[in-house]
Design a protein around this ligand. Structure first.
Ligand code: G3I
Length: 375
């Protein structure tokens, strides 16, 4: 066996039996579901709720370790895929609420706050929404269908789902309003010069369906790209001036290892200025993970060297320090991780990634102990 392969195996073995530092003392890494293990939700209870994106099979067996981990570690949850429009509304005359109903019931049973992700998105939306026979649906038809979808879904979970991603990823990578079937077909429907109309109507429909639910506009890179943060600021400012009922900004936070805390703060500061217009605007972190690869970086399975782990753990602690500051300012009350553990993260696209606070064997990682120490 090559030396390189042996050192890789050694690195993995070391990682699997990590000696953890917690509260200044060394201790063995614990399974996240063990009674004696610390709980992320408990550790941060005076600051914000801590959650994860999960799937229906994670909560189907109360005796499973996933189930026990979820109940022990989290006090807010979201579905990774099964509350998206393509799942909930596969055909115009057919809804499939089974998985989301069970998820919401599970949350209610365990006193966990469920989020709803998401009502309007350019992806994972059923194709029929945009079609009228062989041609495109008209703006009127599309808006009518969108409102029907939002009203049906939000009304069903009224009073239970406390926070909705009403619109997801509407700002494009070029910093402009994303070009999508929504913006293309609906366009500047009210003739006021902007093309936010589908977003405006989505928020109004959601507010009407559940006046008490928190209505969020959710996006990625608004915590790391000042250009995108400014574009989001301008869009939300414009819509607030038109009385669109936006309650807060969802920061997905799919960040990369080495993300600087200064970069995060700069973006948060830009969007915090919306509070000059709407003093009770809130932030939620909705999809946090730490990608081990930079954009464009060649991917190979992660080697858990000391150097790697140090930088990875520091990215988490730097990030949580910024999040704790936001919580202390009273602007942030929820931090959700996008996945339950390393083994099931969407970032494992053919190569092993290492993005979460819980490893693929459901053990709390060193970074988990370090962020809990901050609280
Ligand atoms: O359900 C089908 C299954 O029937 C089929 O056999 C299989 C074959 O590929 O695909 C399954 O659908 C997959 C779906 O996840 C459910 O597992 C899709 O291919 C796959 O593309 C989809 O990926 C999801 C992705 O959103 C879609 O854009 C990821 O799991 C999910 O983590 C990811 O989540 C998004 C957030 O919603 C928004 N922010 C970014 C985040 C990460 O991309």
């Amino acid at each position: 066996m090559k030396i390189r392969t042996l050192s890789k195996i050694a690195a993995f073995i070391t990682a699997a039996s990590l000696i953890m530092t917690s509260c200044g003392s060394k201790q063995e890494s614990q399974y996240a579901y063990e009674d004696s293990a610390p709980s992320l939700a408990e550790a941060f209870k005076d600051h914000f709720r801590v959650g994860a994106a999960i799937n229906s099979w994670d909560i189907s067996d109360p005796n499973s370790n996933q189930y026990k981990t979820i109940v022990k570690q989290f006090n807010t949850l979201v579905m990774e895929n099964e509350s998206k429009p393509d799942h909930l509304h596969p055909a115009e005359d057919r809804y499939d609420f089974d998985a989301f109903d069970k998820f919401v019931d599970f949350c209610v049973e365990h006193d966990i706050t469920p989020r709803g992700h998401c009502l309007v998105w350019h992806s994972q939306v059923p194709g029929w929404m945009f079609k009228d026979g062989n041609k495109d649906a008209s703006a009127e038809l599309l808006l009518e269908r969108m409102k029907e979808h939002i009203t049906t879904v939000v009304t069903r979970y009224k009073g239970k789902v406390k926070s909705w991603d009403v619109c997801n990823e509407v700002i494009g990578d070029d910093g402009q309003l994303r070009f999508s079937d929504w913006s293309r077909i609906v366009g500047d429907y009210d003739g006021d010069g902007d093309k936010y109309d589908f977003i405006e109507e989505a928020f109004r429909a959601a507010r009407e369906a559940d006046p008490d639910a928190r209505l969020m506009i959710n996006d990625y890179s608004i915590e790391s790209s000042t250009d995108k943060a400014i574009r989001m600021y301008n869009a939300v400012k414009q819509m607030l001036s038109e009385d669109v009922p936006i309650d807060g900004i969802g920061f997905q936070m799919h960040i990369g290892k080495g993300q600087s805390p200064e970069g995060l703060k700069e973006c948060f500061d830009i969007l915090k200025r919306l509070r000059d217009i709407k003093p009770d605007l809130v932030f939620e972190v909705t999809e946090l993970d730490v990608n081990c690869y930079g954009w464009g970086q060649e991917k190979k399975d992660v080697e858990l060297t000391d150097e790697f782990l140090e930088e990875f753990n520091k990215t988490y602690t730097d990030t949580y320090k910024v999040l704790l500051e936001l919580a202390d300012e009273g602007i942030l009350d929820s931090v959700i991780m996008w996945g339950l553990h390393d083994g099931v993260s969407w970032l494992n696209d053919g190569h092993q990634n290492y993005p979460m606070l819980i490893d693929k064997d459901l053990k709390l990682k060193e970074a988990a102990y370090e962020v809990m120490d901050l609280a």
